[in-house]
Design a protein around this ligand. Structure first.
Ligand code: NAD
Length: 294
């Protein structure tokens, strides 16, 4: 792809390495962040509008839907004809759809493209993008996804990327808790954790949480459990995503009892206990230290 002009809004833990990878690939990237953060190889703009005025693509990597809405209100009117807004933040489905509709009204492209892969994937350029938007907008954005990531799945219309992301993470939150509570039960039954892994990882209880990201230290492939539960994927980020899935479930009247319970457990862990700043698999020591009815 020939050099493209890209405005990048939100140069935080994820945005900075993503913007850097685009610049490294030869694109002209101009960034803006209210905290004044910068990224290697990326030009600095004094306002969001200035970063976007001349850009073929504007990429946002922001904390939440309310901030996305306010940034979109600023930058959409400043974007040039035919440009595309790619929002890589994890936000609520409704915000993604609304911003997509506003972009369409202004004849601008829009793709919601939340990611999985975390800070390591952002730095290595190996993120997975789950995306929503028109075929044309997805096709236009695809070369940029190929630089920042290793896979981009087009899931449907605007909002479909966010829907896929929160459904995936609702499964992940619930299966991590189920895996941790099974280990905690196995401990109390006198079952060796390695034996538990050997059986479950090759039996019908297997999952990504057990097989690829085992919450028990010293068992299975190396995971944050082996690094004193340093994230990885922090419990508070899991709580954010579980909150978004419950918000979506309420909006469309979907019955999600496991997701609701997972949200409640992570909320307690993060807000009332020592979960903040720990990996989400630290649910295992939490459960292992408890007794029934605590
Ligand atoms: P972060 O807090 O490090 O970065 C967000 C950045 O946005 C900050 O630098 C902040 O100053 C900036 N910002 C806030 N308001 C702004 C505004 N109005 N204009 C310009 N900049 C503004 O967060 P992060 O870890 O980089 O995550 C970004 C998004 O990616 C979130 O939606 C998060 O849920 C999602 N995500 C994060 C991870 C992860 O492992 N960190 C993984 C997958 C998805």
């Amino acid at each position: 792809m020939s050099s493209t002009k890209i405005g990048f809004i939100g140069l935080g833990n994820m945005g900075a390495p993503m913007a850097h990878n685009l610049a490294k690939a030869g694109h002209t990237v101009v960034g803006f962040d209210t905290a004044g953060t910068i990224a290697e190889g990326v030009g600095v703009a004094l306002t969001a509008e200035a970063a976007c005025a001349d850009a073929d693509f504007v990429i946002t990597m922001l904390p939440n839907g309310a901030i996305l809405r306010s940034v979109a209100a600023q930058v959409l009117p400043a974007m040039k004809q035919g440009a595309t807004l790619i929002d890589c933040s994890t936000v609520d489905v409704e915000s993604a759809r609304d911003v997509g509709a506003q972009a369409a009204e202004m004849a601008l492209g829009f793709v919601d493209a939340p990611v999985s892969g975390g800070i390591g994937g952002a730095s290595a350029g190996t993120l997975t993008f789950m995306t929503g938007g028109t075929e044309a907008a997805f096709a236009a954005a695809k070369p940029l996804f190929d630089i920042m990531g290793q896979k981009a799945v087009h899931c449907g219309e605007a909002g479909a990327g966010q829907a896929a992301k929160i459904c995936n993470n609702m499964i992940l939150g619930a299966t991590m808790i189920a895996t941790c509570e099974a280990f905690a039960l196995a401990d109390k039954l006198g079952l060796d954790r390695q034996k538990m892994f050997d059986v479950v990882s090759t039996s019908s209880g297997y999952s990504w949480s057990m097989n690829a990201y085992c919450p028990a230290p010293g068992v299975g492939p190396t995971s944050p459990a082996d690094n004193n539960y340093k994230p990885g994927f922090a419990a508070e980020l899991m709580l954010k995503d579980l909150g978004l899935s419950q918000q979506a479930a309420e909006a469309v009247d979907a019955d999600t009892p496991m997701g609701a319970l997972a949200q409640a457990l992570y909320a307690k862990f993060v807000e009332e206990e020592d979960g903040r700043g720990r990996d989400f698999s630290a649910m295992l020591p939490r459960l292992a230290a408890r007794s029934r009815g605590m």
